[in-house]
Design a protein around this ligand. Structure first.
Ligand code: NAD
Ligand code: TYD
Length: 354
């Protein structure tokens, strides 16, 4: 089996669902179930013996040691993290604990387990670390996209904590020989995306008749990748990725935030027109910018294509249509995640913005 951390979150849950849909190898899923973890994402696996869920913290060394000894996974795929930049600005402590200390603790547990394995199993063991393009910092409009050798220049507490975790993973390979790979991916979107992030927030707010908040001028650029394509890239790296290497994963799809929001509005106007006949565009509102807001991210994904033969299958047009349709078909899921804690976050993040 494989051990997945953070498999009840957005990308982790998509990864577990895709994994079990395409093969029979079991998944041990370790997740703390923070506000971002949701077992409803995995409801379709209920009664499936190939999925073992354990609620727990990656920082709990005794728990992780016990799981490794009991289940002997052949690989570990590490998604668990605090993942939202705005939350890291309001409260960076949890980001340092989970993203930095948690990754350190997991690396030590994996090293302890791996070093005692018999030779054959030792050679095939893998630790895959899931990271972000945000570790590279911000690009000027004319700069080339981030390649794997771009200097690390993280600007937010979130990206600094992910950069630190990437460095730990690298060091555990170079110093101890732990068989690691790392991927640095651009912004994902798709089903089960928690509605604190731009795309699901805009869909949910639009349908509720609420403002669609654009930070600053809305001309900040991100590269967007459909989550299923990210999961396929990670599977490919696990299969044939070279040890100690990092792979940049992206959708070749740079877009300004305002254009993303407009595209979501166009789809909603088509699929769920407003009762008053007006466009969802009328709900777009500019609000105070995020402090230290990175202006542009872009990914050069040629290495993973050249070496591992991976390319995204979805275009933004196909992926965003599927995503909007999923939210329209899963209004119960949306209603359940909009708990008291979610409402508190929304008022904390948006009420102070002009
Ligand atoms: P998410 O916030 O939706 O999910 C994180 C999951 O980790 C949740 O299920 C949460 O309960 C769990 N978790 C948090 N702290 C934990 C702890 N201490 N112990 C165990 N579990 C814990 O995040 P996501 O968007 O699915 O991102 C997953 C990974 O991918 C993260 O490492 C993130 O940095 C990386 N990533 C995300 C994106 C993106 O666009 N979302 C892009 C590139 C990389
Ligand atoms: P987000 O989805 O939080 O991802 P990240 O910060 O990791 O890129 O934000 C994507 C972009 O959208 C980012 O430039 C910030 C912007 N944004 C808004 O304009 N309004 C919002 O309400 C949110 C949540 C994000």
């Amino acid at each position: 089996m494989i051990l997945v951390t953070g498999g009840a979150g957005f990308i982790g849950a998509n990864f577990v669902l895709d994994w079990l849909a395409s093969q029979d190898e079991a998944v041990l899923n370790l997740d703390k179930l923070t506000y971002a973890g949701n077992l409803e994402n995995l409801a379709s696996l209920e009664g499936d013996a190939r999925h073992v869920f354990v609620q727990g913290d990656i920082c709990d060394r005794a728990l992780v040691d016990g799981l490794l000894a009991r289940y002997k996974p052949r690989a570990l795929v590490h998604f668990a993290a605090e993942s939202h930049v705005d939350r890291s600005i309001h409260g960076p402590g949890e980001f340092m604990r989970t993203n930095v200390e948690g990754t350190f603790s997991l690396l030590e547990a994996a090293r302890n387990h791996w070093s005692a394995l018999p030779a054959g199993e030792k050679d095939s063991f893998r630790f895959h670390h899931v990271s972000t393009d945000e570790v590279y910092g911000s690009l000027s409009p004319e700069a080339a996209p981030f390649s794997e050798v771009h200097p690390y220049e993280p600007n937010s507490p979130y990206s600094a904590s992910k950069a630190a975790s990437d460095h730990l993973v690298r060091a555990w390979h170079h110093t101890y020989g732990l068989p690691v790979t790392t991927s640095n991916c651009s912004n994902n979107y798709g089903p089960y995306h928690f509605p604190e992030k731009l795309i699901p927030l805009v869909i949910v707010n639009a349908l509720a008749g609420k403002p669609l908040p654009i930070y600053g001028d809305g001309q900040q650029i991100r590269d967007w990748l459909y989550v299923g394509d990210h999961c396929a890239a990670i599977r490919r790296i696990l299969e044939v990725g070279r040890l100690g290497e990092t792979y940049n994963v992206g959708g070749w799809n740079e877009m300004a935030n305002l254009d993303i929001v407009r595209q979501v509005c166009v789809l909603l106007d088509e699929l769920r027109p407003r009762a008053d006949g007006q466009s969802y565009f009328t709900q777009i509102t500019h609000v105070t910018d995020r402090p230290g807001h990175d202006r542009r991210y872009a990914i050069d994904a040629r290495k993973i294509e050249r070496e591992l033969g991976w390319r995204p299958a979805e275009t933004f047009a196909t992926g965003i249509r599927k995503t909007v349709a999923w939210y329209l078909d899963n209004q119960d899921w949306v209603a359940h995640v909009q708990s008291g804690a979610y409402r508190e976050w929304v008022s904390r993040n948006y009420e102070a913005r002009a």
